[in-house]
Design a protein around this ligand. Structure first.
Ligand SMILES: Nc1ncnc2c1ncn2[C@@H]1O[C@H](COP(=O)(O)OP(=O)(O)OP(=O)(O)O)[C@@H](O)[C@H]1O
Ligand SMILES: [Mg+2]
Length: 336
């Protein structure tokens, strides 16, 4: 019988699956395209295939994200997506394979929110499930090759939320989160360009602008051509948008994040704060890839800040240590 040992991170924007001794075997949008006509909503496309339909869907189709701000909002759809993703990475032949999983969780879930995660994963029929905080997993990595400090302040800027934690030896000693992430930045860009220029654009176009030319350098001169609806001309236009055109909505949201980081840092004990000042703050998550973020945060916090290698999959890379060491996994699960 085939057997798999996997770590699964079902994020607000992306679901990633890591396979023991192999690496990342899947990273697709946590997204479905649904048909709304008739009595029931019907799933038409999922993951990457749904993402490819942005701008091409018909009027009776809607895009649904079943995880919002790190919280499972639609259990049934999450189960469907998860089964679909698993069918791509764990090959079913005659007998159902035995699959053991580590599931990564955001911090600060209520009892009910945690139950929703459990409902999603228990319905699949895994042979074993261990729930671990994604920030604990991230904290297991060696971010600095030279220092042997075990204290890490990690800030995970995701699609739905930003989590921050002080992790010592994989154990979270202090943590908090705010519902500011990439999706909110995209929405702010849409609203800002409508107000300032009268352009109507999709969230997807805003996301592309953010990823390609979004910058926290006020003087950045990058630009990009996109198609927008013009509210006065009532038609489609090809326009050039510059980094400076979208600086305000990006800066406002990253400023909210850094204010929370400041308050979080101030709440740490003197010993931990000293370690953080010495070692610097580590940024992970897709939102840490925006240009100029390290300098922007450093200027306000007066502490070194650096974006991690492979920043979008750091917790999954940390999970390799847990997949390889059962005792460590037990220890981290118990401490959660
Ligand atoms: N180069 C980039 N610049 C700015 N943002 C980016 C960049 N690349 C990706 N992102 C954003 O990162 C976010 C996705 O990050 P990530 O994969 O860490 O989120 P997630 O784990 O799905 O969400 P969460 O952890 O909040 O549940 C998206 O909003 C995406 O637009
Ligand atoms: Mg995440």
């Amino acid at each position: 019988m085939a057997s798999y040992e996997l770590c699964i991170d079902m994020g607000s924007c992306y679901t990633s699956i890591y396979k023991k001794n192999v690496g990342v075997v899947l990273r697709e949008a946590t997204l479905a395209l649904m048909e709304t006509s008739g009595k029931n909503m019907r799933v038409i496309k999922m993951g990457m295939e749904a993402e490819r339909m942005y701008g091409k869907s018909s009027e009776d189709e809607v895009f649904v994200r079943p995880v919002v701000e790190g919280i499972v909002k639609n259990v049934e759809l999450c189960q469907k997506l998860l089964s679909y993703f698993l069918s791509k990475v764990a090959h079913y032949r005659i007998v159902k394979p035995s699959i053991k999983v580590i599931v990564l969780l955001p911090i600060g879930l209520s009892e009910e929110e945690y139950e929703n995660y459990r409902s999603v994963f228990y319905a699949i029929g895994f042979s074993k499930i261990d729930f671990v905080y994604s920030m604990s997993c991230a904290g297991l990595l060696d971010f600095r090759m030279v220092s042997n400090s075990k204290t890490n302040m990690i800030v995970n800027i995701g699609g739905g939320k930003t989590e921050m934690a002080v992790v010592i030896d994989g154990k979270i000693v202090n943590a908090c989160s705010i519902n500011v992430g990439g999706n909110l930045v995209d929405r702010a860009i849409v609203e800002h360009l409508q107000r300032s220029k009268g352009y109507i654009l999709s969230m997807n176009t805003a996301c592309k602008l953010k990823q390609e030319i979004g910058s926290l350098y006020e003087t950045d001169t990058s630009s990009m051509e996109v198609v927008v609806q013009d509210s006065s001309a009532n038609g489609q236009l090809n326009v050039i948008i510059s980094s400076q055109d979208i600086f305000t909505p990006i800066c406002d949201n990253y400023f909210k994040i850094v204010q929370t980081m400041q308050a979080f840092f101030n709440s740490c004990s003197q010993e931990v704060a000293q370690d953080i000042v010495h070692e610097g703050i580590i940024l992970i998550g897709g939102g840490s890839l925006i240009a100029g973020v390290e300098q922007f945060f450093k200027k306000i916090l007066n502490v070194s800040v650096f974006t991690s290698f492979d920043s979008q999959i750091v917790p999954l890379l940390g999970s390799e240590k847990l997949l390889a060491n059962y005792n460590l996994l037990q220890k981290v699960v118990e401490e959660n």
